[in-house]
Design a protein around this ligand. Structure first.
Ligand code: SAM
Length: 276
């Protein structure tokens, strides 16, 4: 099989880290994997890239634990709103649709044009699923999800940290204006991770760097009156139902993390914000 070359911008290349994390996880034996993602396995097989540079570090597992929590939040949203609208912001090659779609929801998958071009080689638009090629900061892309109607769940997984703070503020204000009351899942990185990224096991292997340093996601409530932080977790404080469903090895790893209290764990938060 001829593998497909990828031509991605620097920030866009980072999508290959969580993609590879899901594929590696998915290949694990029964009872040892956090999730199954055969679509991610097939994409990694098809792409001509030296994924082995990401082997051996804790980040692949971290990415999978993050995805697992975001999947949990989307499933909970769909249980309440089966016909709701999911917007993946900076979708990369994420296959959340394949993992959690319920046969009724509507999905929009937004990313920069070069990523959407690559994504289109694996994913096809359908009546309930549509890709959008734009920056989250562009004014026009929201028209299609707005025309679809809500309620809305917006997932910005490992995306906003690559923008400067004023870009994140503009993006959040625009999302709140266009999708008032929507739930937004986003991760925030504080100084413990932003200041050490040159030695980070995965980010040190690519040229993109995190730019938004958010020491406390509670600040997002101050940025805009009406924003409400509904949940904020680190890997060692996952919701009980998510933690307890993890394979034993992952639970042991998390217990070990608790003992170590590393700044890069303490300062990396997975948040659920209601936009007001
Ligand atoms: C680390 S990847 C995460 C991809 C995906 N969310 C996942 O979890 O697999 C970061 C993604 O953010 C996208 N991205 C970065 N800046 C963006 C912007 N201004 N607008 C839309 N997407 C952006 C990149 O192209 C890339 O796909």
């Amino acid at each position: 099989m001829t593998r497909q070359a990828v031509h991605l911008g620097a920030t866009q290349e980072t999508l290959l880290i969580p993609l590879y994390g899901r594929a590696v996880e998915s290949r694990k034996p029964e009872g040892e994997a956090v999730l199954r993602d055969p679509a991610a396995e097939a994409m990694v097989e098809a792409i001509d890239y030296d994924f082995s540079r990401f082997d051996g570090g804790p980040s692949l597992t971290g990415a999978v634990l993050r995805t697992n929590l975001f999947d949990h939040w989307v499933r909970a949203f769909l249980a309440e709103h089966p016909g709701g609208t999911i917007v993946e912001i900076g979708a990369g090659l994420n296959t959340r649709y394949e993992r959690v779609d319920n046969g009724r929801a509507h999905w929009f998958e937004l990313d920069l044009p070069d990523v959407i071009e690559l994504r289109r080689t694996f994913v096809t638009d359908s009546a309930r699923r549509r890709m959008l090629a734009a920056s989250v900061l562009d004014a026009d892309w929201t028209a299609a999800p707005q025309a679809q109607g809500g309620p809305y769940f917006l997932a910005a997984e490992a995306v906003l940290g690559f923008l400067p703070e004023d870009g994140v503020r503009r993006a959040l204000d625009m999302l709140a204006e266009r999708f008032p009351g929507a739930l937004l899942a986003l991760d925030t990185t504080g100084p413990g991770m932003v200041d050490t990224q040159d030695s980070h096991d995965a980010l040190s292997k690519v040229s993109a760097r995190l730019r938004w340093n958010c020491p406390d996601p509670k600040l997002l409530e101050e940025w805009r009156p009406g924003n409400r932080l509904l949940a904020s977790h680190i890997f060692t404080t996952m919701p009980a139902e998510v933690h307890d469903a993890l394979p034993p090895r992952h639970q042991e790893m998390i217990a070990a993390m608790k003992q170590q209290d590393l700044p890069q764990v303490r300062d990396y938060r997975l948040n659920l914000l209601q936009l007001g």
